[in-house]
Design a protein around this ligand. Structure first.
Ligand code: AGP
Length: 593
C-alpha cells in the first residue's frame, strides 16, 4: 500500500525512495537511489517488508545529492526511530553541530537526519513528549511522519507550512503529502492544522496541539479523480505551478535571510573570494537566460560589477575573453541542459570559477560547477517554466545583494529596506495571482492573434523577453520582445491596425519613455495590454487593458510583472486548445546540442 501511494506521489519527487515498517518490535528499512521502480524491485513489491505500520517517501533532493544514503527514511543510530520529511529544516546546520558535539554521528548530508537524532536525544519512552520537544527546536517548513520501533501500532505526524493529509479508510488509516496517495483506499480526508501532532492508528486518529490538548477536525469527502489531484485540482500542471510561486519564492528566500543579513550557506564562496571577482558572466538558455538578463541590471546597479550575459549556445563558440578573476554564473532549472553544461566546461578550462544556480540537486551542471546555489522550486512538470524561473530570480537578487554587501555598496537602511521588500514578494505575488479572471478576459481578446509584440526598457525588456517566450512556446503564436527604444529603428514598420502590443513599465525612471513608445504604436492602430506599477495613471489611460503591480523595489519588479504575462500565455494557449503542459517540438530538459 505504501509503494502504491508513493507511485501516485512520484510527480512530486522521483530521485530516490525508501520505506520503513515495524515488524516484531524492530524497524525494517529499505532505501534506494533512482526512480521508485528500483525500490519496488528491491522489496519485491513490498513483500520483503512485512508489517502493519510503516512510512515511505519518494524524494526531491534539496539537501544532499540523490542516492541511497540520502534517501528517506532517516533514522537514529540504534535504528529505533525513523523519519520521513517533505520540506526543509532551515536551522539544520546549527542543530547538526550541536548533536555532533553530543557524540551523534551523521551518515547522510540531509537536514532530515537531524530530526531523527533529535528525537533520539529527547525520547524517554513518551513519543508525544519527544515529538513536541523536537518541534520546539526545529525551524522551517516541513511535514514529518515518524515511527518508533517500540510503538508498533502508531505513526506520528505533524505539519508546518507543508502539506499533510489524513485518510480515514475501511482497511486502515493513512497520512500523506496529498490525497493522490490514498484515493485508491478512501476519499474521506482530514486536514490537520499547523503544528498539530497526529497519532495515527489502524482504528482511529488522535490529534493534539503542542500543549497536548485534543483537537478534532471534520472529515471531508474528496471528489477529485487521481489525475486532477496530481494537478491539485488545476486543469494543467502549468497553472498549478504558476499558483505555487508564492510558496516557492518564500522557500527560496527565507532560509537565506537571517537576522537582517543575507546568508547563502551552500554558496561556498568566502566574502574575500566574492570581493575579488572582477567580472561576472551570466550564461544560460531560454527562460533561464532571461533571468540572467535581469540579473545583469541588478548586479551592475547594486554591486557595481561589470556583467556580460550570454546565450550558452553562443558562449560556447565565441571564444569569450575569460580571466581567472571572472566568475561565470550558469542558470538552469534541470541542471542537464547540454549547451549550459558545455559552457561550464569552457569556463573551467579557462580557469574561471563557475557558480551554478540550479533547481535539481545533484544534476550534472551542479556537480560540474565549483559553487552551487539551489532554487527551492520542487519538481517542475510543465515544459514551460514558471515557478523555477521565479526562484532563479530570487537567487539572483540574493546573490547580487550579497556581492553588494561584501563590496561595501549595500548596508544599513538601504539593505534593510531591500530585505523588507524581498520578504513582501510572496504575498505580493499572491495579489498578482488574484488577477486571474481579469487576465483570462484579456487573453480571450488575444486568442486569435497572429503576432504579438512585447516591449519594455531595462529590466522591463528582460521581462518582455520572458513574456514573449512563454506565449510562443505554448500557444504557437508568433511573438517577439523588443527593447522599446529600438521600435523606431525598424520594427515599428510592422505596426498596423489591430496589432497587439504587450507593454511592460515597472521602472519609475523609464515610465515616461515607455509611455511615448506606447503612444507611438497606438498611433499606428496597435491595441495595448500594459503591465505597470500602481498609480501610473498615464500608462493605464493610454492602454486598452492594464494590470498594475503593488509597490516594490524596481529591481525586484520582474517577480511581480511576470505573473500576468505567464497567466496571459496560459489562458491563450488553453483557449486555443493547445497541449499546455507538453507543447509540440519541446522538451523539459534539452540534453542535446
Ligand atoms: C522555458 O519555458 C523552456 N522550457 C526553455 O526555454 C528552458 O528555459 C531552457 O531549455 C533552459 O532549461 P534549463 O533551465 O533546464 O537549463
Amino acid at each position: 500500500m505504501i509503494l502504491e501511494g508513493l507511485e501516485r506521489l512520484e510527480y512530486r519527487g522521483y530521485d530516490s525512495a525508501g520505506i520503513a515498517v515495524i515488524d516484531d518490535g524492530a524497524l525494517r528499512i529499505t532505501k534506494a537511489g533512482g526512480k521508485l521502480e528500483v525500490l519496488n524491485g528491491l522489496t519485491r513489491g513490498g513483500t520483503t517488508l512485512p508489517g502493519f505500520a510503516g512510512i515511505g517517501h519518494t524524494r526531491w533532493a534539496t539537501h544532499g545529492v540523490p542516492n541511497e544514503v540520502n534517501a528517506h527514511p532517516h533514522y537514529n543510530t540504534a535504528k529505533t526511530i525513523a523519519v520521513v520529511q517533505n520540506g526543509i529544516i532551515e536551522n539544520y546546520v546549527a542543530l547538526r553541530k550541536r548533536l555532533i558535539s553530543k557524540g551523534y554521528q551523521f551518515v547522510s548530508e540531509t537536514d532530515t537526519e537531524t530530526v531523527a537524532h533529535l528525537l533520539d536525544l529527547y525520547y524517554k519512552g513518551n513519543p508525544l513528549e519527544a515529538v513536541i520537544k523536537v518541534l520546539q527546536h526545529i525551524e522551517g517548513s516541513y511535514a514529518l511522519s515518524i515511527l518508533f520501533a517500540d510503538q508498533p501500532d502508531v505513526v506520528y505526524g505533524v505539519r508546518k507550512g507543508c502539506p499533510l493529509i489524513l485518510g480515514i479508510g475501511e482497511d486502515g488509516n493513512f497520512m500523506a503529502s496529498d490525497v493522490t496517495a490514498i484515493l485508491k483506499h478512501t476519499r474521506r480526508v482530514i486536514y490537520p492544522g499547523e503544528m498539530e501532532i497526529v497519532e495515527l492508528k489502524a482504528d482511529g486518529v488522535r490529534i493534539v496541539t503542542m500543549d497536548e490538548e485534543e483537537v478534532t477536525h471534520e472529515i471531508t469527502e474528496v471528489a477529485w479523480d487521481i489525475s486532477a489531484a496530481e494537478k491539485g485540482g488545476y486543469k494543467h500542471y502549468m497553472l498549478k505551478e504558476i499558483m505555487e510561486q508564492p510558496r516557492v519564492v518564500r522557500d527560496t528566500l527565507s532560509p537565506r535571510i537571517r537576522d537582517g543579513r543575507i546568508v547563502i550557506e551552500e554558496l561556498g564562496m568566502s566574502d574575500e573570494e566574492l570581493s575579488r571577482v572582477r567580472r561576472v558572466f551570466m550564461v544560460a538558455c531560454g527562460s533561464a537566460y532571461h533571468t540572467g538578463v535581469t540579473g545583469r541590471y541588478i548586479f551592475e546597479n547594486l554591486a557595481r560589477i561589470p556583467v556580460e550575459t550570454d546565450l550558452a549556445s553562443e558562449f560556447i563558440y565565441r571564444d569569450p575573453l575569460l580571466d581567472r578573476d571572472d566568475l561565470v554564473v550558469v542558470i538552469s532549472q534541470s541542471g542537464e541542459t547540454k549547451d549550459t553544461l558545455d559552457a561550464v566546461k569552457i569556463a573551467r578550462e579557462a580557469g574561471c570559477k563557475v557558480l551554478a544556480i540550479v533547481n535539481v540537486v545533484g544534476s550534472t551542471i551542479a556537480r560540474e560547477s565549483d559553487f552551487v546555489m539551489y532554487t527551492q522550486a520542487g519538481p517542475e512538470i510543465s515544459v514551460a517554466t514558471t515557478k523555477a524561473y521565479s526562484a532563479q530570480l530570487i537567487a539572483l537578487y540574493l546573490l547580487a545583494m550579497k556581492f553588494a554587501e561584501v563590496r561595501g555598496f549595500l548596508h544599513g537602511r538601504k539593505l534593510k529596506s531591500m530585505l523588507d521588500d524581498l520578504m513582501k514578494l510572496p504575498e505580493q505575488i499572491e495579489l498578482m495571482l488574484g488577477n486571474r479572471d481579469k487576465v483570462q478576459r484579456i487573453a480571450n481578446r488575444f486568442i486569435a492573434a497572429r503576432d504579438v509584440f512585447f516591449i519594455g526598457r531595462g529590466i522591463d525588456y528582460a521581462i518582455s523577453l520572458e513574456g514573449s517566450l512563454k506565449l510562443k512556446e505554448i500557444s504557437y503564436i508568433h511573438s517577439e520582445a523588443y527593447a522599446a527604444g529600438e521600435l523606431k529603428h525598424g520594427t515599428i514598420a510592422l505596426m498596423e491596425e489591430g496589432s497587439l502590443v504587450a507593454a511592460v513599465s515597472t521602472q519609475p525612471a523609464l515610465h515616461a519613455k515607455l509611455l511615448s513608445n506606447i503612444v507611438e504604436v497606438k498611433a499606428r492602430g496597435a491595441i495595448i495590454f500594459s503591465v505597470t506599477t500602481m498609480g501610473n495613471r498615464e500608462i493605464e489611460e493610454a492602454s486598452d487593458f492594464c494590470v498594475t503591480l503593488p509597490e516594490t523595489n524596481p529591481l525586484f519588479a520582474n517577480s511581480l510583472a511576470i505573473i500576468p504575462l505567464q497567466m496571459l500565455a496560459y489562458y491563450i494557449s488553453d483557449g486555443r486548445g493547445c497541449d499546455v503542459d507538453k507543447p509540440r517540438n519541446l522538451a523539459k530538459s534539452v540534453t542535446v546540442e
